[in-house]
Design a protein around this ligand. Structure first.
Ligand code: ZN
Length: 412
């Protein structure tokens, strides 16, 4: 089972100073910053997924790339731009989520292949249009005419894409996109893509589906799936069900959730193979908009806030060095929660992570190097490092998956 990490230009600065919370004045973004595969000892993913909408921008706005970064990825090619080891594969797609509101995709087949060829991707997904709706029993009859239109459009564009890749002699493995609203419609899409000639097929629009609904679709697809066909799940993690997915022909998936949970989730910020922990929130007085507003309004004393923030960090570090008990850290974190007018208390969860100290047992290079710093929810440099740590945990979980009974091929 291969895991592709979707790019959103997430890097960390190796020279960031955690004690002063400052970047080196000499740092050049992206060039000096490092990707997860550069800071962890083992690459935590088998491939990266880069969306055209992120690089080139789309109808919903500019992409994540600056104009000079965009020029560089086209000039250097995706592999050199990301400084990827040879073992990591590169997959391109359009980022269909960015134009889900449009009647038709605002991008042509030729523009898409231009992007894939221009950046030198190993493989690229055909143009697709997401159907956000699911009705298990509706079969091939779409309950909504727009769903049927989107599926047919996706299939027509897949046919054009396959033909055009061959005609242009593009050095690119074409991946056909399948959309649907039910097990029968997904299975029919896969059947038609196989007839066009695709042996790699990406299943889109499944993010809102419940796991049993995904299994239901994969089971229907399994009836018509050719032995050589490899399925990719777009945007899905669900590690607990991966062995079942693998048994039904899924050989790869992509998802940002392990990374994003580090700083987007309310509770599951710091992952381990067996449990998830909350990260210790010590927001920067200068970087927290609610706190700034309260200071300006005279509700919070800036002096007290800064002093308590510093004391939190001092005691957290002292605790990691064995010089302060958990109670003393919790006491000052409680004071800071009061000062920052935190809507709810995380103290119970803090006690749990402090007692468990999961960074001490982790062998990833980031935990080894930074210790408790990356368990602190504070600023992008700590938060992204924790996200990278989570990716290394995901890689470990994936490596422990049982080989599915009856799997038609190896999933190594
Ligand atoms: Zn770690």
């Amino acid at each position: 089972m291969k895991f592709y990490f979707p790019d959103s230009q997430d890097l960390v600065s190796p020279t960031y100073d955690f004690y002063r919370d400052e970047y080196s004045p000499l740092r050049v973004r992206q060039r000096d910053d490092l990707y997860a595969h550069e800071v962890l000892a083992g690459t935590p993913y088998d491939g990266i997924l880069v969306s055209k909408a992120i690089v080139d921008g789309s109808i919903s706005g500019a992409g994540k790339y600056s104009e000079s970064q965009r020029a560089r990825i086209y000039r250097l090619g995706v592999r050199k731009y990301f400084r990827l080891p040879d073992s990591v594969e590169t997959l391109g797609d359009n980022g269909a989520f960015n134009y889900v509101q449009e009647k038709v995709p605002p991008v042509t087949v030729e523009e898409t292949i231009d992007f894939y060829e221009g950046c030198g991707f190993d493989a690229g997904v055909s143009v697709d249009h997401i159907i956000f709706g699911y009705e298990s029993d509706s079969g091939l009859e779409a309950p909504n005419p727009e769903w049927a239109e989107r599926r047919l459009l996706t299939l027509h564009m897949a046919e054009d894409f396959f033909g055009s890749v061959a005609r242009r002699g593009a050095r690119l493995v074409p991946v056909g996109a399948a959309q649907g609203w039910s097990p029968a419609s997904y299975a029919d899409s896969v059947k038609q893509l196989q007839a066009i000639g695709y042996s790699r097929i990406a299943l889109g629009g499944m993010v809102p589906l419940k796991t049993h609904e995904i299994i239901e679709c994969l089971t229907a697809i399994d009836d018509i799936r050719a032995p050589a066909t490899q399925l990719h799940l777009l945007g899905i993690t669900r590690v607990d069900s991966m062995a079942d997915f693998a048994g039904l022909g899924v050989t790869s998936f992509d998802s940002t959730s392990a990374f994003r949970q580090a700083f987007m989730d309310d509770r599951r910020n710091f992952h381990t193979v067996d449990a998830d922990f909350v990260a210790i929130r010590v927001p920067q007085v200068g970087g927290n908009s609610v706190l700034k507003r309260n200071i300006l309004a005279g509700v919070v004393s800036q002096k007290d806030a800064v002093a308590t923030e510093r004391e939190c960090l001092r005691r957290i570090r002292a605790f990691d060095g064995g010089a302060t008990p958990v109670t003393s850290v919790l006491e000052v974190l409680g004071e800071y929660e009061t000062i920052t007018k935190c809507k709810k208390s995380y103290l119970d969860a803090y006690e749990r992570i402090l007692e468990a100290a999961p960074w001490k047992a982790c062998d990833c290079r980031l935990c080894q190097r930074h210790g408790i710093e990356i368990a602190i929810f504070r600023g992008t440099e700590r938060n992204k490092r924790r996200g990278f740590h989570n990716l290394s945990v995901l890689a470990k979980k994936m490596s422990r998956l049982p080989t599915p009974v009856g799997a038609r091929r190896s999933c190594g």
